[in-house]
Design a protein around this ligand. Structure first.
Ligand code: ZN
Length: 282
């Protein structure tokens, strides 16, 4: 999977912001964006840092913390943590990142996905988890260091495998109770401490649908900011066993042929890319 191209991550706040700097201001996990005319067209624009700073000075919103993300195609990008407000300033809207998938450009969505994790990490790590002292961003890297007990903390990333299981010209898709109605997807699960990715693939598939797999092949990876996963994609072949769902994480699962697919996950997702790769071979 392609990452965010033309992006150079940086940490130290520049002395001054550039006139065209981008801003990703969040209230919790919701991004503040400009609503573009015509209203109701679902079109939004990423704000410029200057605009947000001006609203802060005017008292229309309040910036609590600022982080520098780096540059995208030479353009500065900042993430901002805002104090909650009762209503978004006029002409602006607060949206959950998931809802913004179809409304933002590819680059801006993936930069927002990075921003929301940096904002949350900075907010949630104001104090040392070991000794309780206040901690600060450390040097030139994205970490915080405790001067009292020397603990260093980095943004947490939770690796998870996502797997397309194949059996001849059929693929195994399943649905979790929190999916949109009718949508089926590939199986996924978090890596546990001490596991290899291949062990996670075998364990998760067996736990969720009762089958065993073989011939596990790496496919690609994708950051997934809900809340801080890194999805590591694999394709695998069915080895043995019939589908027996766990009934908790999975409420339905089945083998699907190319010509009888259910509703699929949205286009930007690695789940969709895995399925498309299989379809392209048919
Ligand atoms: Zn400490």
């Amino acid at each position: 999977m392609h990452g965010l191209q033309g992006f150079i991550p940086q940490v130290a706040l520049p002395d001054d912001w550039a006139a065209d700097a981008l801003a990703f201001p969040f209230v919790d996990r919701e991004l503040l964006v400009a609503l573009e005319a015509p209203a109701g067209d679902n079109r939004v624009r990423v704000l410029q840092y200057e605009e947000v700073e001006a609203m802060h000075v005017e008292g229309r919103l309040s910036i609590k913390r600022r982080q520098f993300l780096g540059t995208l195609g030479g353009r500065q990008a900042y993430s901002l943590e805002l104090e909650p407000f009762a209503e978004a300033p006029s002409g602006l809207g607060l949206h959950n990142l998931r809802r913004l998938v179809p409304m933002l450009s590819h680059d801006h969505f993936w930069l927002a996905a990075r921003a929301v994790q940096i904002v949350a990490w900075d907010r949630d790590h104001q104090f040392c988890g070991r000794c309780g002292a206040g901690i600060e961003v450390h040097g030139g890297e994205r970490s915080k260091h405790c001067g009292r007990c020397q603990l260093t903390v980095y943004p947490r990333i939770s690796p998870a495998v996502i797997v397309l299981v194949e059996r001849g010209d059929e693929i195994l898709l399943a649905r979790s109770p929190h999916f949109l109605p009718g949508v089926y997807s590939t199986l996924a699960g978090f890596v546990e401490p001490g596991e290899t990715l291949e062990s996670t693939v075998r364990r998760e598939i067996h736990e969720e649908v009762g089958v065993t797999v073989q011939n596990i092949r790496y496919f690609g990876s994708q950051p997934w900011p809900f809340p801080n996963s890194l999805m590591i994609g694999f394709r695998a072949d069915h080895a043995d066993g019939d589908i027996v769902i766990d009934g908790v994480e999975i409420e339905a699962a089945g083998w699907f042929r190319r010509d009888s697919l259910p509703k699929l996950p949205f286009k930007l997702s690695i789940a969709r890319a895995l399925i498309e790769a299989f379809l392209a071979e048919g």
